[in-house]
Design a protein around this ligand. Sequence first.
Ligand SMILES: [Ca+2]
Length: 410
Amino acid sequence: MRSHLIIKASMVAAMAMFSPASADSIVTKAGKLNAETMTKLDHPWSFALLPDDRLLITEKTGSVRTFDGKTLSEPLAGVPKVAYRAQGGLLGIALHPDFSTNNLVYLSYVEAAEQQPAGAKDPGDPRLGEYQQLDDVTLKGLAVARGRLDGTALKDVTVIWRQQPKTVGRGHFGGQLVFAPDGKLIVTSGDRQRFDPAQDPAANVGKIVRINDNGSLPEDRVFADQSKGSQDILSLGHRNPLGISIDPKTGIIWEHEMGPKGGDEVNVIEKGANYGWPLVSEGSHYDDKEIPSHSDNQKFKAPVLSWNPSISPSGLIFYQGNLFPTWTGKALMGGMSSKALFVLGLSDDQGEVEERIGMGFRVRDVIEARDGSLFILKDHQDADEKNNVAEDEGALIHLTPARERATEAR
Ligand SMILES: [Ca+2]
């Protein structure tokens, strides 16, 4: 048995040498791309581009590091303690729109409750099927903190927002952060694999959240005139939103979220709208129980795009550069289980997949550099012997157009 496993692992290692990440180029409709591995990373999750062109990168295990094109820094001091396990840990990062004058950095992360309940249990939910995990009884939730970047440290770090209520175990934290043109901070808050609270206006899980840059509540909020309802809610009925971005041309807020078994969605986010989870979906539960479609209930806003089987979208930007001219103005979206980079054409209320570029690794996030080239976070992949998958380390990948060689044979 043991020798059988060793043979399988060595076969997988040999296969891994041919992954496109280590190859020279990836063929796309926009031409050939060079993919260069810049540095290894420990479970990278998100990144932001500093005015001096360094990247600030979060690692789910709890570190924020800078990368200056050559060197990966030691972890910054002052980063809050995170509850790292499975989908949880240090997640999103965003710079304040006035970062160049105030140096404010925003982080989202999973925070354990100070008081852990004695004898806590996860009751489980049949809708999670094989993804049921009952051994994690830490009471925790997503939090957003901001701090001032000062050299190699974050200073004056304060928590400005928290998921309510905190729950034991499970994933689906959300954690993507984006500033809107009006200066409000938008946070994606996952359903914590609890399903029904996504429809509960009193809970801020399973929601898109909108707050002021210091965590206070905007005056023009959805539930401003009602006592019932979490005052930070922008929209309701979300499952596991891991991408949000604003089209600079139209001002439209675009979001994507992972569906259950099938049913990943791209949505246009409107103030006060309900996106239906878990009452409607284009997928089914993990125990194969069917879920009505969005079209069965006009109360819910249907996705612009959906996928079945799942692609596991993660990270979303609108490409503004011209180094890849065919992508200017298009949305670029990572895919994890799909191991792909997606080029999406998104207009007012329509969308289409213009290209699905196979990358050979899980694409966790994508960002545009000032020269129009792209950086990609290659997600960590756990070994999976059952499916012949070797462990694959996280890394920072730089995508540039491949130069045609004059001597290239035709
Ligand atoms: Ca939906």
